[in-house]
Design a protein around this ligand. Sequence first.
Ligand code: PLP
Length: 297
Amino acid sequence: MSAAVLATLEFAVDASAPDAPARTLGHRLIDPEAPVLTVLDLAATRGDGIFETLSVGRGAPQALRPHLDRFARSAALLDLPTPDVDAWVAAIHAVAAELAEHDEAFIKIVLTRGVEGGSTPTGWAYGAPSPDFSAARETGIAIVLLDRGYRHDVAQTSPWLLAGAKTLSYAINRAAQREAARRGADDALFTSSDGHLLEGPVSNLIVRHGDLLRTPPVQHGILAGTTQADIFGWAEARGYTTRQETLRAADLADADAAWLVSSVRHAAPIRSVDGVARDVDADLTTEINAFLTARTR
Ligand code: PLP
């Protein structure tokens, strides 16, 4: 039997005001293998929608509010209806409760523009136990730097490229991961065409020099990472200084330690860049991952 859990969001359009945003009525837990999406849904035909993936520890959704804030920011960037926070929180908690026996699980929430020509969005929350990421967390990951092909200021010059929104159009992110695999690596780190370090296809970068932790600025068209933010809060309470700052390849090469961090996989220490081995900080990595896994909110 599948351990997956699915809740669909239910929406209603007011027939007397068809241009008003659809109201969210609530959610329904359904068979996770039941068909829910029509082939005409814009998620399927255009990748036109947004998502978030949260980690869940023993039934507790982690960084729930920051994920929902980012979900709302993505919706605004795509001119989608503003997500009804209370309805999404209820759906997420209902799915998370079904996963409470698992130390680590994840929930993916999705909001699409619905069927072309209609005004009812489609939404769901899908949860399942997380894969085992102990190898990446303990041995570390080999990464390659891949040019994303845009300048670091693309979010300001070309907002229609939706840099910084978590859209369903992840074919490019997947292609980057396959390119990394072709080059014998585990993951990729995007760079801007003008040489700034950006983010991974599904992760943020953190570099450590002594007691200073840094990550590239969100103004560089990257996602504001919920995991990176939680790690910075935890580290500040332990005396580290944290900063969002422009970083270049040399900053990664001479860092005392570096990680790609994300919900679900958590902190994966970088053990090589473009085939060049680098130090990992095994003790700090263990502490960070223990903190991330134990979060109750
Ligand atoms: N950057 C991108 C492009 C992502 O897709 C993700 C998460 O999937 C992240 C960064 C990391 O974000 P978070 O820590 O909130 O999972």
